[in-house]
Design a protein around this ligand. Sequence first.
Ligand SMILES: *[C@@H]1O[C@H](CO)[C@@H](O)[C@H](O)[C@H]1NC(C)=O
Length: 218
Amino acid sequence: MENIMPFVKSLDGLVDFSQKSLLISACAIAFNPLFWNIVARREYRTKFLTRLFGGHAQAACYALAFTIFSLGLLRDFLYERALRHQPSHPLLEGDLATMAGYALLACGNILVISSTWQLGITGTFLGDYFGILMDSMVTGFPFNITNAPMYYGSTMSFLGTALLYGKPAGILVTAEVLVVYLIAIQFENPFTAGIYAKRERERAAAGGKKKVEGKKEL
Ligand SMILES: *[C@@H]1O[C@H](CO)[C@@H](O)[C@H](O)[C@H]1NC(C)=O
């Protein structure tokens, strides 16, 4: 806390902390990954969503995908509303900042869209927690440049938007986005790896069984 107070003070004038919209935006950003991780892990353990959809894992996953996507739109809307309530800074209002903003938005969207294209809807939106696994690991672009193109792409879009609006508060919120996603990656990647490792073990066991059965026939 002693460390954070001088930091907040140094932002005085750059960021208007009295705006409620800023806090609401910050909460929405933290809430979304929390929401999908809690729901997805519960689905993995109990299959409650699949059961809700009459045993159709695919339909359940699409419903969760639609919900996560909608929450993302709401979060983006709340972010832009928060930015409009914040002071601008001359350093961020020049052509250079605007061009950097567009470039970041373009790169961020390329990462997010190409990653969704590669993984498909269920691959993007936690299908593995529903037992819908990819046949093999995707290694092509954008996964050959980053292991989390979705998260880094989204972070770039947040920063790009901050620059387009010329708002220092947007840069602060982008830092929050990055931290939230870095935590999410730490939390999600080992779990996903575990799900796939389990499948490999089961495949190996099934393969071994087949071999034994084959031997019996000889
Ligand atoms: C990633 O893959 C794309 C398309 O296959 C390719 O053009 C690009 O050079 C690769 N990048 C790296 C860093 O390997």
